[in-house]
Structure formats: structure tokens, C-alpha cells
Design a protein around this ligand. Structure first.
Ligand SMILES: [Zn+2]
Length: 135
């Protein structure tokens, strides 16, 4: 299993199987809220994706704002209550929205089943379709 991070995104080989976390996701999810992980794990049984961001320190958030990839001073990532996912298409990361819609459908179904309320960032005015957080 090899996962490479590149400037344009993440290429993930060997982690297409539904129902398993790849090594990166597993590591990223460690400091994340256990109930959010439960929802993500449940969704992972339905659709392939990796989790590439979870908990963020204040310094990391500040650098994300500086880079223009985040726009809020306080994000739920800093409390371990948010994750960013990357959809997988044939084992490779994709930004195609339809894959994120499938992931969101799975997240919401699991959220309801487990009674753990979540929000998908794609529903915000400033859309963040890779982002899921606890309500
Ligand atoms: Zn996020």
C-alpha cells in the first residue's frame, strides 16, 4: 500500500477496497472525535474515499488561511470535530463532484442510522465539498 502526496492532490494506490482504512486515513483519524470516526467508518463501507485531514493545530489553521485554502479563524478541525476526504475513482483521487455527492449520501445515511448529526461543507455558501463535521 503506497500513498503519495503531491502538490495537486493525493494519489492512493491499493486502498480502493471498500470497508478498509488506508494507513494515512487511519493515522489522520486518531485524534478525531470518536463519533465522527464512527460515521466515517460506516460511510466507508459504502463508498471508497480516504481521509486526508483531521485535527489541525492553531498554527496549521493559520497557515491554511495564509495559503488561501481555509477562510475561518476557528475551524472545527482545531477541535478534532471535522475531516476532509478525497474521493477515489479507480484507486486514484478525484475532485469530481459526483463522487463527493455519493460520499455525502453515505455520510448522511450513517449519521441518521447512528444518530450522530453531521454537516457536509458543500451545503455552505462558500462550498467546501471535501469537508464533513459534527453539528
Ligand atoms: Zn475541512
Amino acid at each position: 500500500m503506497s500513498i503519495r502526496t503531491r502538490a495537486i492532490g493525493i494519489v492512493c494506490a491499493g486502498c480502493v477496497a471498500v470497508g478498509v482504512w488506508d494507513a494515512r486515513s487511519e493515522k489522520v483519524l486518531k485524534p478525531v472525535d470518536a463519533e465522527l470516526v464512527e460515521v466515517a467508518w460506516c460511510a466507508r463501507q459504502e463508498v471508497p474515499f480516504i481521509v486526508y485531514h483531521g485535527h489541525r493545530t492553531d498554527a496549521e489553521q493559520a497557515s491554511f488561511i495564509a495559503k488561501g485554502v481555509s477562510w475561518v479563524k476557528r475551524s472545527k478541525h482545531q477541535d478534532g470535530l471535522a475531516i476532509d476526504v478525497m474521493a477515489l475513482k479507480d484507486g486514484k483521487g478525484t475532485w469530481e463532484l459526483k463522487y463527493y455527492q455519493k460520499i455525502a449520501t453515505a455520510f448522511y445515511a450513517c449519521s441518521q442510522k447512528l444518530n450522530i448529526p453531521i454537516t457536509w461543507g458543500c451545503e455552505w455558501k462558500v462550498k467546501d465539498c471535501v469537508h464533513f463535521e459534527r453539528k
